[in-house]
Each structure stands twice: as C-alpha cells, then as structure tokens.
Write a protein that binds this ligand. Structure first.
Ligand SMILES: [Zn+2]
Length: 347
C-alpha cells in the first residue's frame, strides 16, 4: 500500500531572514570557539597531535609533549624534575582527570638505556593513546611518565652511527688508564638500593654502577620525585632481551608481593597474546614471561624496596636495540600498549 503522494517544496527564505540567519550562525560560532576562563586563563582545546609512528629525536619528543599539553591543558602538564649530566631537562608528563582527587598513581619510565629506542617511543605513544581513547581511565589513575630518562645517551646514540649502541649516561670521570673522559654510568645499576651487589666497578664496562649510589643526576631526580609522590604501580621499560617482565628481587621473600606481581603479569601476557606481535618479539617464550630481577641498584628494586611502590616491573619489549624497523615497530608498540593498559586498568 502506498500513501498519498506528498510533494515537498523548498521554502524560499526571504533575503532579510537570510541575513538574520547568517548573523545568528556567526554569533553561535563565536560562542563555541570563545576561550573559556577569560583572557588571563586561556584554556582552549586544540586537536590532539597525531601519534608519531617514527621514533622521534629528543627535541621533537619534547615538542610533542608540549603539543599534548597545549591540546589538553586540563588533562596533562609537564614537570621538569631535574637535568641530565649535560644539562638537558628531564621532563615528566603528568596525565590526570581526577581534579586532584586521585585514587591511584602510576609511574612509567622509558629510555634509561640509550640504545633502546623503542622504549621512549612506546611510553610517548602511551600518552597519546590514553588521551585519545581513555579519559575514563585517567579519572581513576593518575599517570606520571618520563619517556626519556637518559636524554644525553639517547641523543648520542641517535645522532652518531658509530656510537649508536651506547647504553649508559654521559658522566665524565677517570677511564681505564687514568685518563679523564666520558666513561658513562649504567643508570639501571646506580639506584640507591643494595647498590654494590650488581653491576661493575670498572668504568669501562657497560654495567658500570658509578662511583656511589645515586651518584648520577638522572637517578637522583627520579628518587626525589618518588620520595615526594606515592605511587601504586611502576614500570621501567627496556628492549634488548626476550619479551618478559621482571619483578623486584625482594618479592622472593614476600609471598603477597609475589602473588600480586603474578596476577598483574598474567593480565599483561594475556593482552600481549591477543596481538600478532609475539611472533616477532624474538627469543624467549611466554612460559618465562615473569622473572625476578637481580638484587642491586636497578630501578625496579628501588621502586619496590625504597619508594614503597607495591607493584613494579622491568619490562623487556623484545630482543632488539635501536629501531626495529617499519615492518615491526608499530605491531610491537600496539602489543605493549595493550599490555600497559591492561596493567593500568587493574589498578
Ligand atoms: Zn635496558
């Protein structure tokens, strides 16, 4: 059955009304885009910058952090927590949607080892990811992240092909033979937690632990920040070993800590398995996904034993240094973003 035929004709708008409509539309547009809070407190919202797919240099990484803050001033801010040996700022991005009523806090650090380029990239991508898709999570969890804890070493590794595999910071001091020069300290052996038990006392070695606990400004900056703010969860993100997470050494004598770490590691592994990346992680296997770090001046041990963070991991993203290449970079990042978010969701 068909209804009666209806003819709809376009009504002609008289010229005077058209002008009125145009004026109203213009007023509406002004009202929508007007900065809120008055000229002394601009709080405009710009589009979020596109998430970088390439691994950025230090300057571009910092510029990207600043763009995120410009785009979402109500959700994130940058804090400079110190400076590296060569004077580069150590920038922390704080993401929160809790109006200061934060429930849980997470600390995520990347780029402690210079040649592990995917680490700062993945941490930066997590910031983009949380702002793009998960403001809800930020209502429950305040995320503090330092994508690049070793900016001097990273800059050297990124800019000089013959130094690409540099690992340590750029501390100066006596090298082998008594000559002064850059010997570099392995920042992940320099934390003030059973410092002398791990790493090397030889400045020429890759794992040189430094002249004393927390001798390095990068490490002191993190320790001071974690002394000021109490965290519920922490990650130290690396590459260069089979994909796995390491719990702090002290969970061996802490049954409840062990259970808590096992539970969170299982959530992360499940998230990783849901992605296609494990086939390209290289080496190792999921059966040994959760391991225990060695006791010594590693960040993860400091987090747990000294800073009172109840759940903390060293993350190994996979067996590669530098840039894993166009074919693998994005799959690896997506897989680990899923794992990081699974852990943050469980807080
Ligand atoms: Zn590392």
């Amino acid at each position: 059955m068909t209804g009666p035929e209806v003819t709809v004709r376009r009504q002609r708008v008289p010229p005077r009304d058209r002008i009125l409509l145009a004026v109203l539309a213009a007023l509406l547009a002004v009202a929508v885009f007007l900065p809120r809070g008055g000229p002394e407190a601009p709080s405009y919202v710009a589009p979020l910058p596109a998430a970088p797919t390439e691994i950025l240099d230090l300057e571009d990484l910092h510029a990207d952090l600043e763009e995120l803050v410009r785009a979402r001033p109500g959700l994130c801010r940058i804090e400079t927590i110190g400076h590296s040996v060569e004077g580069r700022p150590l920038e922390v991005l704080v993401l929160t949607n809790t109006d200061g009523r934060s429930r849980r806090r997470a600390w995520i650090q990347g780029g402690i080892h210079a040649r592990e380029w995917l680490s700062p990239h993945a941490v930066l991508r997590l910031a983009h990811d949380l702002l793009e898709t998960d403001e809800g999570l930020l209502e429950r969890v305040e995320v503090h992240m330092i994508p690049l804890l070793n900016p001097d070493g990273f800059t050297l590794s990124k800019s000089k092909t013959q130094k690409a595999l540099w690992r340590k910071n750029r501390a100066r001091g006596p090298r082998a033979g008594g000559l002064q020069g850059v010997m570099g300290v392995d920042l992940n052996r320099n934390f003030d937690c059973e410092w002398a038990r791990l790493g090397s006392e030889n400045p020429g070695r890759e794992t040189y632990r430094g002249p004393g606990p927390a001798s390095e400004p990068e490490v002191r900056a993190v320790q001071a920040y974690l002394g000021r703010i109490r965290f519920d969860f922490a990650l130290d993100v690396h590459t260069g070993a089979p994909y796995q997470v390491h719990a702090p050494a002290a969970v061996k004598r802490d049954a409840r800590g062990r259970t808590r770490h096992r539970r969170t590691a299982e959530l992360m592994l499940k998230a990783l398995r849901g992605s296609r990346a494990p086939s390209i992680f290289g080496g190792g296997g999921s059966s040994r996904f959760l391991r225990t770090a060695s006791a010594g001046g590693q960040a993860v041990n400091y987090f747990f034993e000294k800073a009172g963070v109840p759940t903390a991991f060293t993350v190994e993203m996979g067996s590669f240094f530098l840039d894993p290449g166009d074919a693998h970079r994005e799959a690896l990042v997506q897989a680990w973003l899923n794992a990081f978010r699974a852990a943050l969701d469980s807080l």
